[in-house]
Design a protein around this ligand. Structure first.
Ligand code: FES
Length: 110
């Protein structure tokens, strides 16, 4: 499989069914940016280093498909705003076949 489907709800509450390639070494934050689902400058601010939380998403379905949180992601989310029990950093979610069908909502801009 080369492409997977992900449902992404933007900050206006609109849900988009997007197709993401698994062979381009992308993360979820980059997919959100490439589809322009969040305003430029309000997502991916740190460039995907787990240092800004602007890419925070809420996992609405498929959390069991994700890899466990790394220490940096855990630390960043412990200081971020709007954090919920289903929060993850989009930049730390790698696009792979395993996460096909994931459903997320983009958290408010910090
Ligand atoms: S882009 Fe900054 S934490 Fe993900």
């Amino acid at each position: 499989m080369q492409d997977i489907h992900i449902k992404i709800t933007d900050r206006n509450g609109e849900t988009h069914d997007v197709i993401a390639p698994t062979d381009m070494s992308m993360n979820l934050m980059e997919v959100i940016r490439s589809y322009e689902l969040a305003d430029e400058g309000t997502i991916g601010v740190c460039g995907g280093m787990a240092m800004c939380a602007s890419c925070q998403v809420y996992i609405n379905d498929g959390a069991d498909k994700l890899q466990e949180m790394g220490d940096e992601e855990d630390a960043m989310l412990s200081e971020a705003f709007h954090v919920q029990s289903n929060s993850r950093l989009g930049c730390q979610i790698h696009i792979s076949e395993e996460i096909d069908g994931l459903e997320v909502a983009i958290a408010p801009y910090p």
